[in-house]
Design a protein. Structure first.
Length: 78
């Protein structure tokens, strides 16, 4: 049985950098940006018993896989 890692925004930023999701200059996406994405509903999170927001690692990876697949679709503008 594998355990799920729950990441704070700083750890989520580091994990995204590990899989190649970075700023255009190659630096990690700032933790504040990850927080903004969560605030806007782009990343699912929950509040732990310590009242801090966390993102389950599989959910983080799934959300970015979905965003990447949507970005790859051609737009249908008329």
């Amino acid at each position: 049985m594998s355990s799920v890692r729950y990441l704070d925004f700083r750890a989520a930023s580091a994990r995204l950098a590990e899989i190649g999701i970075t700023r255009p200059d190659g630096s990690p996406v700032p933790a504040d940006t990850v927080r903004t994405w969560a605030d806007k509903g782009k990343l699912p999170f929950f509040k732990g018993p310590d009242n801090k927001r966390r993102i389950a690692e599989p959910e983080l990876l799934s959300a970015f896989a979905k965003l990447q697949s949507e970005a790859a679709k051609p737009s249908r503008r008329k």
